[in-house]
Design a protein around this ligand. Structure first.
Ligand code: AMP
Ligand code: ZN
Length: 459
């Protein structure tokens, strides 16, 4: 029997509801995310119509918390540990979320909530949003079944949300939380999203609410996974043991650049040939850009990512010498590892922008925004590398958007937002729907993308 292991995280932030904000006619959703090892619940309120009055927030997050199963003992996410954590955490989180629902006005249906101080009257959510896929089936089912129970008990609709679509729409949520007036929701379609996390490395071209083309995906492991593995080789053993930090990527960034951006000293290569050239270190080793030399020849023009080779190269370098590496050499390995990984990302972003520019016609809007999302997006050196690349290679006009980390790692607020956008567009999900282990967001995929699966119902 696995003991309950988890790490609680309150996502209470500047977006939390702590003052009475006037809302004309609200739409409230309770959202649940359990696709992997995070159990997260949110309550989001938005104006019923797009385009709200002047002094009204476009969206208010009344509640947002998550608890992460502690998989530190395992090299990756353990499905049973994740499931046990969801089983233990989800119901109490939902109960807490309900206590944080807004008080009802005369027009809103209410529910009675049992609290320590007695019974509370709260606004009944208008619908339930829940992650339906992609993800681990056992984890997804915990959230989906709870969501179906709530929707049945309250007789409100259910919206089964695609987790990847939710990642892609996050910057629109951020904008809605930050603005008073919601006339135009930036970023406007189309925009590009680079999703870089522990589980994903994807470049997505978002054209419309349900139309997200995957331009590049990883051929092997995700960049966050690679960074975590590299950190275990590069960081001095004591540093990992002494640190309470569970995000090895953050630890590695701090080790590589202890003074922050003033340590970066980075200028992007001016040409593709320069990108691909090796930069030998003073220690005698050199890293190769991913996909520049493979057994089948160079794949440097492929719209794909690969990180497994970089991880193995770092392992070889760190264990090649008998005596322990000096701190200076370790720091240089860390900086080079980040440079090569991030230039690989930047090279594909650049290729995509060049291809889209060529394909641009009078009826397609110009690409103006690149959203960088996922846990790795909090790395400040990544921001430096991407900005420098875009500036030097003729895309200085592209705006880089980095949503706050609490909203661009797995969380229920993005599920609430996506559920709301889908609900407003007329979509609901049948209560007989099942969880989906795989669910592409790309309409050109065999499965037909977001709308290609069964269970959708138009209002
Ligand atoms: P997510 O899967 O979105 O929850 O993101 C978690 C991943 O992001 C883990 O692999 C972390 O090591 C990585 N990560 C978090 N912070 C940083 C950072 N500052 N630099 C690089 N990677 C990071
Ligand atoms: Zn995710």
């Amino acid at each position: 029997m696995l003991k309950g292991l988890w790490r609680a995280q309150s996502l209470t932030s500047k977006y939390a509801y702590h003052r009475p904000v006037p809302v004309v006619r609200q739409l409230i959703t309770l959202a649940i995310e359990t696709s992997c090892d995070d159990t997260s619940v949110a309550v989001l309120e938005t104006a019923r119509q797009d385009g709200s009055s002047q002094d009204q927030k476009a969206a208010i997050l009344h509640f947002h918390e998550k608890v992460t199963a502690d998989n530190a003992r395992f090299r990756g996410v353990h499905p049973i540990v994740a499931l046990e954590s969801h089983n233990k955490q989800l119901a109490p989180l939902v109960a807490k979320a309900l206590r944080n629902c807004p008080s009802p006005d005369q027009r809103s249906p209410s529910i009675s909530i049992r609290a320590q101080s007695g019974w509370l009257e709260k606004t009944k959510p208008d619908f339930i949003s829940v992650t339906r896929g992609p993800g681990m089936l056992s984890s997804l089912n915990t959230g989906l079944n709870t969501a179906k129970g709530l929707a049945t008990a309250w007789q409100v609709p259910l919206v089964g949300v695609n987790h990847m679509q939710a990642h892609a729409l996050t910057p629109r949520l951020v904008h809605a939380l930050e603005t008073e007036n919601n006339e135009q929701l930036p970023p406007k379609f189309p925009f590009l999203t680079l999703l870089v996390s522990g589980g994903h490395t994807m470049l997505v071209h978002s054209k419309a609410l349900t139309h997200h083309a995957i331009l590049a995906n990883t051929m092997d492991i995700a960049i966050g996974d690679c960074i975590d593995k590299m950190a275990r080789h590069i960081l001095p053993a004591g540093l990992i043991e002494d640190s309470a930090e569970m995000m090895y990527g953050r630890l590695l960034e701090h080790f590589a650049f202890p003074n922050g951006p003033s340590d970066h000293g980075y200028i992007a290569p001016r040409t593709r040939a320069e990108d691909l050239s090796q930069k030998p270190s003073i220690w005698g080793w050199a890293l190769t850009a991913p996909l520049s030399r493979t057994r089948s020849g160079s794949r440097s023009k492929d719209m794909a990512f690969s990180f497994a080779g970089l991880g193995s190269a770092i392992e070889r370098i760190c264990h090649r010498i008998e005596k322990a590496m000096t701190l200076d050499e370790r720091r240089d390995v860390a900086r080079e590892a980040f440079r090569v990984a991030f230039e690989h990302l930047a090279s594909r972003v650049l290729m995509a922008l060049q291809q889209l520019k060529i394909a641009e016609t009078a009826d397609t809007e110009e690409m103006g925004t690149l959203v960088v999302s996922g846990g790795v997006a909090s790395n400040r050196f990544l921001r430096t590398v991407l900005r420098s690349f875009l500036d030097i290679r003729g895309f200085a006009h592209i705006r880089l958007v980095f949503p706050p980390t609490s909203l661009c790692t797995d969380n229920a607020a993005m599920i609430a937002w996506t559920g709301t956008e889908m609900y407003k567009a007329g979509y609901e999900t049948d209560l007989s729907c099942g969880a989906l282990r795989k669910w592409s967001i790309d309409p050109s995929a065999e499965s037909g993308g977001i709308l290609g699966v069964d269970g959708w119902r138009m209002k």
